[in-house]
Design a binder for this molecule. Structure first.
Ligand SMILES: [Zn+2]
Length: 117
């Protein structure tokens, strides 16, 4: 089966999409309250993950951007506290990854320049 939100292929019986955290709409499994809560959990997990993977901007940027989006979507859910924590962690990771990417690009450009001449 496929995630209704992002279209990723997900194993049958899985309640939440591992890619975006959206609730899977399995015919035999109904859990309407998990929908926004899943986004909050996804945001928190991605935020924590973002604090580790920001060192690699190629991974850190998408992970933290998704974390920010999921956290923002879950802000009005029952898991508001978890969503806020995930949102803050994701923003920190996103800023760190962005700065790291900028520094990497700067060093790449200047290093290439000095090495070339
Ligand atoms: Zn998904």
């Amino acid at each position: 089966m496929f995630c209704p939100a992002c279209g990723v292929s997900v194993a049958a019986g899985v309640a939440l999409c591992p890619a975006c955290g959206a609730a899977m709409r399995a015919p035999s499994y109904r859990a309407p309250q998990i929908d926004a809560g899943g986004k909050a959990i996804a945001s928190l997990v991605l935020g924590i993950l973002g604090l580790v993977v920001w060192i690699l901007p190629i991974i850190g940027l998408p992970v933290t951007i998704i974390g920010v989006v999921q956290g923002a979507k879950a802000l009005h859910s029952r898991q508001r506290g978890m969503a806020i924590a995930g949102l803050i962690l994701s923003v920190i990771g996103l800023v760190a990854a962005a700065i790291n990417a900028a520094i990497g690009a700067y060093l790449g450009v200047t290093g290439q320049h000095s090495l070339g001449q």
